[in-house]
Design a protein around this ligand. Sequence first.
Ligand code: FAD
Ligand code: UDP
Length: 368
Amino acid sequence: MKQYDYVIVGSGLFGAVFAHEMLKAGKRCMIIDKRNHAGGNIYCKEIEGINVHWYGPHIFHTNDKQIWDYINQFSEFNRYTNSPLASYKGTLYNLPLNMNTFYQLWGVKTPSEARLKIQEQVAAFKIGEPKNLEEQALQQAGTDIYDKFIRHYTEKQWGRSASQLPSFIIKRLPLRFTYDNNYFDDKFQGIPISGYNGIIKQLLKGVEIRLNADFFRMRQIYESIAGKIVFTGRIDQFFDYRFGQLEYRSLRFKSSCIDIPDYQGNAVINYTDEETDFTRIIEHKHFEFGSQPCTVITHEYPLNKPGGEPYYPVNDIKNTTILNKYKELAGQQNNLILGGRLGEYRYYDMHQVIASALNKVKLELLKV
Ligand code: FAD
Ligand code: UDP
């Protein structure tokens, strides 16, 4: 009998939900994380009384009542609604793409006028089934919108032409013909009142956790003490890159504390022009309607050199082909569970990570 039923690599949302549920089911779990804190990318650092989203802005949203009820066990949520702005060459527009944006762009006031304007531009192209992000965006929204809000932001964010990216990415950005600046179409949305750290703390209550512990430094030991390894790091690294490296997109965050109560009047402003080298500025206090005398902002820059933290999987054909080989290998190992954004190599949001972890727990418990 092994010392632990599960050694879970990674204390992000996947690892934390998995550990919480398994502990409840009477299993012996240990979590390790190479970082010096738990929580993975939802971790927040408190600066001047403000929860700074240390690895990028995180807004919880879901359409799934069960997931919403699940996460609400660990914290109440506030009424924050994400309504970012786009700054294009110094002019501000509302996001997501909605009647406010169309009015600001073309002076059109009714949905029919806006649809007509877009249809005129779309008709100029003869695109069949969109094969990439560029074609998808042009077909859905036309040239003005593509050039001002999508093309440059996308190319900065992903470090490649929009014609070399899968079309599903742009489907994340709503386009609607109502005056509604809510970025998400989902029924439920908000920021946890006890902070994301509060949620992780609740999830990990009673779970043995070791920080500053990189799995690959003591792999043999961890494997020898675990019935199963639950791995939420990079899937390609787990298999020693034997089929080649998967590409991940990385970012650099530059945070500053400023001695004024309000810097930009909104939590998120995207910079959608080519001239600005960062993609967005986040002002963290606005996620929680903060009234502190100072403020903390973060500039988010795309990282165009190798070696950065892997934040975004690049789910194009080339990487999917490599991924499938790793998945086949993983399928042959009974003592391995791969999970989360890096372990499954999927562009998961938080609610999807929770759903995936709960699903994998359920499957595991059925086996026993
Ligand atoms: P992670 O949070 O990445 O956790 C993995 C953990 O594993 C990390 O702590 C890491 O240190 C550890 N680890 C990796 N390798 C090893 C190793 N070898 N040894 C030990 N430990 C290891 N989702 C939303 O729903 N809403 C948003 O607004 C949103 N905004 C986002 C903004 C940005 C910039 C990013 C990058 C993501 C955003 N997300 C958002 C997605 C969200 O962060 C993820 O869905 C979720 O946090 C992933 O959880 P995870 O447990 O899979 O991975
Ligand atoms: N996007 C864009 N302009 C914007 C916001 C988003 O072109 O102002 C595109 C871009 O390709 C981005 C994708 O839409 O990668 C998904 O945006 P989302 O806000 O969901 O990205 P995330 O929060 O994951 O960074």
